[in-house]
Design a protein around this ligand. Structure first.
Ligand code: FMN
Length: 197
């Protein structure tokens, strides 16, 4: 059964508007594919994971494992999950012009040469991931404008991984004075998804 890997970087649990938007998107994906084949949704909830930024000791261990071809070590669980998924859905609130730091640690762990990407002899990157589509879901207090660094970074990494199509889903301006949060959320749920090939 095809797998949607849902990378949940929402911090505020059930109060998270980003999570609500992502759950709506997952429901749409489920409905759109119900005729063909059901999707299995595998969630990685970053707020409950034991995420550690890379340090020197783990970097050495990682290099040793890769040199020994031990790509099934638990150190590579996130990389293998990303490589094997048929679709990626990333949900992350817009924090400090990008996303919460847990997502950066997740990307750091997922970006492993030989699992999510490799290089051709001439140095050209070759993506090793099965997924063709990545959806990036965010909500923001103000307007993101040309500071969409979180999505742009996720999009660049996904291109490295070989994921062809990136889609941006957002609800913006939620914390502005007088914002009609419910109306903005409803418009985001029924609105266009920005596609970036
Ligand atoms: C730590 C933190 C940083 C934030 N940084 C920004 C920001 O740079 N720009 C902005 O427009 N909103 C910012 N916000 C507001 C959030 O983007 C907004 O409230 C969003 O809807 C939160 O998503 P959530 O409901 O899923 O938690 C920030 C909020 C927090 C808590």
């Amino acid at each position: 059964m095809p797998t949607v890997l849902f990378i949940n970087a929402c911090v505020r649990g059930k109060d998270s508007r980003t999570l609500a938007l992502a759950e709506h998107l997952l429901e749409c994906i489920r409905e759109a594919n119900s005729q063909d084949m059901a999707f299995h949704i595998e969630e990685i909830r970053l707020s409950t994971e034991n995420l550690l930024p890379m340090n020197y000791e783990r970097l050495i261990r990682r290099n040793e494992l890769l040199a020994a071809g031990q790509r099934d070590d638990t150190m590579f669980d996130y990389a293998n999950a990303v490589a094997q998924a048929d679709m990626l859905v990333i949900a992350a609130p817009y924090w400090d012009m990008s996303f919460p730091s847990t997502l950066k640690i997740f990307f750091e762990a997922a970006s492993v040469e030989g699992i999510t990407f490799t290089y051709a002899d001439d140095g050209t990157p070759i993506g090793l991931c099965a997924a063709e589509d990545m959806y990036y879901v965010t909500t923001s207090g103000g307007y993101i404008g040309d500071c969409n660094f979180g999505f742009e970074y996720a999009n660049a990494l996904c291109r490295l991984y070989g994921v062809q199509n990136a889609h941006f889903v957002s609800a913006q301006g939620l914390d502005l004075d007088g914002a009609d949060v419910q109306a903005i959320m409803e418009a985001a749920c029924s609105g266009e998804i920005l596609h970036v090939g």
